[in-house]
Design a protein around this ligand. Structure first.
Ligand code: ERO
Length: 308
């Protein structure tokens, strides 16, 4: 089965890739992604300075998914700028995920990273885990300022990783704003921010930072992710490629993302829990679903969700 896909003119050999944050901080992890069956190498969101991140424990997996408050551990943008040309030798697209602790960090990082020529740059406006820093993606004016500063600094396609929205009014406001900023693709969604998981036996929270509050991922967020993919797909139609992220545990979950309008999917929790072998399993499972349903490619089923 042909599981290749295209995002903003860039061809991916497989529609499955890691979500920024999952097994993609160090050189070793990024090279392992290069050798794996993943369709791309996505870097951890990078800041100006290298960061150790928040105190541990900061990730917790449970039956419903995961909660994390990693706090942006990363090597710093200069290190990723040096690594990217080497990562491109694996022959699959490299997506550089750019974050920042201030609005001005974003264009600074994007400009140098662009020199390294990743295939695409993803602007992460949705980190939920920096104490005292609200998610930029929940402020349309701040989001517009950042995107308009980044756009002229880069020559590769620019995408935006957004937090989940829970009201159609917010999809409209953000969609209208994104249409003014030269955005080439969307990644929907980042983790569902500031959830709380409780261990009732120990009567404790399960992660240390921020009193136990953290971003939720995995199985339990799939309906929220699908709703955001669908809402933005309906807003933009075919002209805005979407990477669906959230709740992809098996090939059937990926198929649901494609029906809602995604062109590719990213996996976070399942990758952390299962390791890189997850990619081959997901590809086999999706191939079987598409074959059983008579589709020959992802493009064949993309956006075809029926309403009642
Ligand atoms: O804590 C983090 O490093 C982090 N966790 C997430 O779930 N999403 C993020 O975007 C992120 C950091 C940018």
């Amino acid at each position: 089965m042909n599981l290749s896909t295209t995002i903003a003119g860039v061809t991916f050999p497989s529609c499955f890739m890691n979500a920024a944050g999952a097994l993609c901080v160090t050189r070793e992890e990024l090279e392992a992604l290069g050798r794996s069956a993943a369709g791309a190498i996505v870097t951890k969101s990078m800041t100006i300075e290298a960061r150790h991140g928040n105190p541990e424990p900061r990730y917790y997996g449970f039956s419903g998914g995961s909660i994390n408050s990693m706090g942006l551990p990363n090597l710093g943008y200069r290190a990723y700028a040096e690594l990217i040309p080497q990562l491109k030798r694996f022959g699959k697209p490299v997506i550089a995920s750019v974050a920042g602790l201030t609005e001005d960090d974003f264009p600074t990082i994007a400009e140098l990273i662009n020199v390294a020529q990743p295939d695409l740059i993803e602007v992460n406006l949705s980190c939920p885990n920096i104490p005292g820093k609200p998610q930029i993606g929940y402020d349309p004016d701040a989001s517009e300022r950042v995107l308009k500063k980044v756009r002229p600094k880069i020559t590769v396609p620019m995408g935006v990783k957004l937090p989940p929205y829970f009201d159609p009014a917010h999809h409209q406001v953000m969609g209208t704003m994104l249409g003014r900023c030269g955005v080439d693709f969307l990644n929907l969604i980042n983790s569902v921010g500031n959830g709380l998981v409780v261990d009732p036996e120990r009567e404790t929270v399960v992660i240390k930072p921020k009193g136990g509050f953290g971003g939720l991922g995995g199985r339990l967020i799939k309906p929220v992710a699908l709703a955001n993919v669908r809402a933005f797909y309906k807003f933009f139609g075919e002209r805005m490629p979407i990477i669906g992220t959230g709740g992809v545990i098996d090939g059937g979950d990926a198929f649901e993302h494609f029906l809602c309008g995604a062109s590719a999917v990213q996996v976070g929790t399942v990758l952390v829990e299962e390791g890189l072998d997850a990619f081959q399993r997901l590809e086999a499972e999706l191939g079987a679903v598409l074959h059983r349903k008579g589709y020959r490619s992802i493009q064949d089923c993309r956006g075809r969700l029926k309403e009642l």
